[in-house]
Design a protein around this ligand. Structure first.
Ligand code: SF4
Length: 696
């Protein structure tokens, strides 16, 4: 590979680039390089959204680049699957081995026996859906439904509002009421926090709806610690209040919506008292929240992804995102809602992929465990994993691991470090990080684009995704456009497929301006008639019991606790999980701990019929009673028995959008005692008694 111009060995330099990791903010970063090595990562002035600070996770990204887990060379498995032992290969050997297996599998089982698995390791436009898409589409492999995150909320916002941009972070300062619902900006998308605080200083009321007392919840006027899975009834109770108390904006509903009468009728059963009882919150606080929402304007709802991670997730998003329409909160700066802005810009990857999707099998990635262990038409014979760590990020972890264990499965993992998934690979391929290749970073918080450039030479033999997929395609005899052969060419190709004004700005300034629209002021629903259908027929058909319906949880008796796995300030999903140095701890409410004879520091067994986790607990009143919390994205080394929260997560799907139900993990917990037996340390636990005094 030729040397890149930005890297001048022996000299000190600071290079501006952008963080494309799966986080809403897409910060611009200034990377100091000395002697060809990264010495420091700071915020850069290029993006004003960065406001002079970046997260501590990316400040230490150099520890990933040069860490002991970094993959330097292709390798072929030695020993058993899961041991993570590999013999070094060169790229020719590795890619030729893959090519031979792909051809053999296609000839014997059909190309649909091959499943590419990718999600979220990078939000860079070049790292996914460029040469890889051409290769897998033209080879006619199975397709992957990337539904692990944001599927319900994306389906709902598309149906309600099209791709209408959300309220910008900056415009939160104009709001008189801010509702943070199912989001924790302090750990993800944290550039919103200063704007929330500024608004609060100027008198805005703050409501936080989350089962945990998050940092912002501690500063809020009202914190509704709802039981996971019940957000839908809380929102419906607010709807009912608005309709019944004369706060529904009939002029807005008549002019801009359809089917308000149906929403009104379906909210009818959810009185404040009934919703509060189901959500296990104080009815007075819920009523006060409804009153604040009715009275204050501008009012903005920051709708997060926490509320979608359960069986009612799609309906929760429907009920929450229709509130601004019913209350007439649009049309003013700082009024409306924010959700993902990833599709606020008029981008279409079909423009640059240039290969039609084949009519092949679609595998929902939330069912990867089933696919590996049950599907037989055809069976899955090969996984090609990139930008993804499915061994720890997907539901039903144990089923996935037993699938990865299969001798007749050929697994390729193309990643930057030896992830938990890579340990199960037959072939590992080393990938460059965002500091070693060109990319285009898309922000789903601000909705802007930035150019990202390499600041150092690729570490070891690592290569960018596009280079490897186009190389592999050539070896397979699959046509890949010459314009997608390297990251540099791909950047030119993708930028040339962008709308003219976006392209020009991106190339001139390295960044596009962020939209700061007024919803229903200067931006409107991108729906066929420009209106909001409060009862979209496709979603009404899709939801098992129709729209605006609540499905109770069924497994309270055996497993009285709900395990949630929220984002942490240590990782971006599982990215950087290798840098966690301490074992993770389960957070548990004091009364739940007391009834199980647990104290901070005790080792616990958290279990259900799918698996168990052994880890220490921390007794913490900030977690709702009946809920326990373990961080999202943990690597297996972060617990004592190498199981993470996803070992206990069912692979059931959300009511709308076929998303993951991470927060539907019902569990019980018991204390583990250590004892000596014949000179050996053993663990002992008793089956937990169901606590008598819990009302869930
Ligand atoms: S992970 Fe998020 S907050 Fe951290 S640098 Fe990247 S975009 Fe910024």
């Amino acid at each position: 590979m030729p040397k890149r111009e930005a890297m001048t060995s022996g000299h000190s330099t600071v290079v501006d680039t952008a963080c494309p990791l799966d986080c809403p903010d897409t910060c611009s970063v200034a990377v100091s390089v000395e002697g060809g090595r990264i010495t420091k990562i700071d915020p850069s002035a290029r993006a004003d959204a960065t406001q002079g600070f970046i997260c501590s996770k990316v400040r230490r990204f150099g520890d990933r680049v040069y860490g002991v887990d970094r993959l330097h060379h292709p390798g072929i498995r030695q020993g058993s699957k899961g041991e993570g032992q590999f013999r070094q290969l060169n790229w020719d050997q590795a890619l030729d081995t893959i090519v031979e297996r792909m051809r053999n599998i296609r000839d014997e089982f059909g190309a649909e026996a091959i499943v590419p698995v990718s999600y979220g390791g990078s939000n860079g436009l070049l790292s996914q859906d460029t040469a890889d898409a051409q290769l897998f589409r033209r080879f006619k492999t199975s397709r992957l439904a990337r539904n692990v995150c944001a599927a319900p909320t994306t389906t709902v916002t598309d149906a309600l509002y099209g791709r209408m941009p959300g309220v910008s972070y900056e415009d939160y300062r104009h709001a008189r009421l801010i509702v943070i619902w199912g989001a924790n900006p302090s750990t993800s998308g944290f550039h919103l926090v200063p704007h929330v605080r500024a608004a609060a200083r100027e008198g805005a009321a703050l409501v936080v709806i989350d089962p945990r007392r998050t940092a912002l919840a501690k500063q809020a006027d009202i914190h509704l610690a709802v039981r996971p899975g019940t957000d839908v009834v809380v929102a419906l109770a607010i709807h009912r209040f608005l309709f019944e108390e004369g706060f529904a904006d009939s002029a807005f509903l008549n002019n801009h919506t359809h089917n308000a009468d149906v929403l009104h009728a379906r909210a009818e059963e959810w009185t404040i008292e009934r919703a509060a009882a189901v959500a296990d919150i104080d009815a007075t606080l819920l009523k006060r929240t409804a009153e604040l929402y009715a009275e204050k304007s501008p009012a903005v709802i920051r709708c997060g992804w926490g509320l979608e991670r359960n069986r009612n997730g799609g309906n929760a998003a429907m009920a929450v995102l229709t509130l601004p329409a019913v209350a007439g909160k649009f049309g003013v700066r700082g009024g409306g809602y924010s959700m993902s802005n990833s599709r606020a810009l008029p981008l279409s990857e079909t423009e640059w992929i240039g290969a039609p999707e084949p009519d092949t099998r679609i595998i929902n990635m939330n069912h990867l465990g089933r696919a590996l262990t049950e599907y037989d038409a055809p069976p899955v014979k090969m996984l090609f994993v990139y930008n993804c760590n499915p061994a720890v990020t997907l539901p039903d972890q144990n089923r996935i691991l037993s699938g990865l264990q299969r001798d007749d499965l050929f697994t390729v993992v193309f990643d930057q470090v030896m992830t938990d998934s890579a340990r199960w690979a037959d072939i590992v391929l080393p990938a460059t990080t965002f500091l070693e290749h060109y990319d285009i970073a898309l922000s789903y918080g601000h909705g802007n684009l930035q150019l990202a450039q390499p600041v150092i030479e690729p570490v070891g033999d690592s290569r960018p995704n596009v280079d490897v997929f186009s190389d592999l395609a050539h070896r397979l005899g699959v046509k890949v456009d010459v314009l997608l052969e390297t990251d540099v060419e791909s950047m030119i190709h993708v930028t040339s497929a962008l709308p003219g004004a976006v392209r020009e700005e991106l190339l001139n300034r390295g960044i596009t301006d962020r939209a700061k629209p007024i919803q229903f002021g200067d931006t409107f629903p991108r729906t066929p008639d420009g209106k909001v259908d409060l009862l979209p027929d496709t979603l009404e058909q899709q939801a098992p019991d129709g729209l605006y319906h609540f499905r109770p949880d069924s497994d309270h008796e055996r497993y009285p606790l709900t395990l949630v796995s929220p984002a942490s300030d240590k990782t971006i999903t599982s990215t950087l999980g290798e840098l966690r140095t301490r074992l993770a701890r389960l957070q548990i409410h004091p009364r739940d701990a007391e009834s199980r004879d647990l104290s901070t520091g005790d080792i616990a067994r958290i279990f259900n019929e799918r698996g168990e986790i052994h880890c220490a607990v921390t007794v913490n009143p900030d977690v709702k009673r009946g809920v326990v919390s373990l961080p999202k994205g943990l690597w297996r080394r972060s617990t004592m028995n190498e199981s993470t929260a996803n070992a206990l997560v069912p692979d059931v799907l959300t009511d709308i959008g076929d998303g993951a139900c991470f927060n539907d993990a019902r569990v019980e917990i018991t204390r583990i005692l250590n004892a000596e037996l014949d000179g050996q340390s053993i663990a002992i636990w008793a089956e937990a008694q169901k606590p008598q005094n819990l009302v869930h």
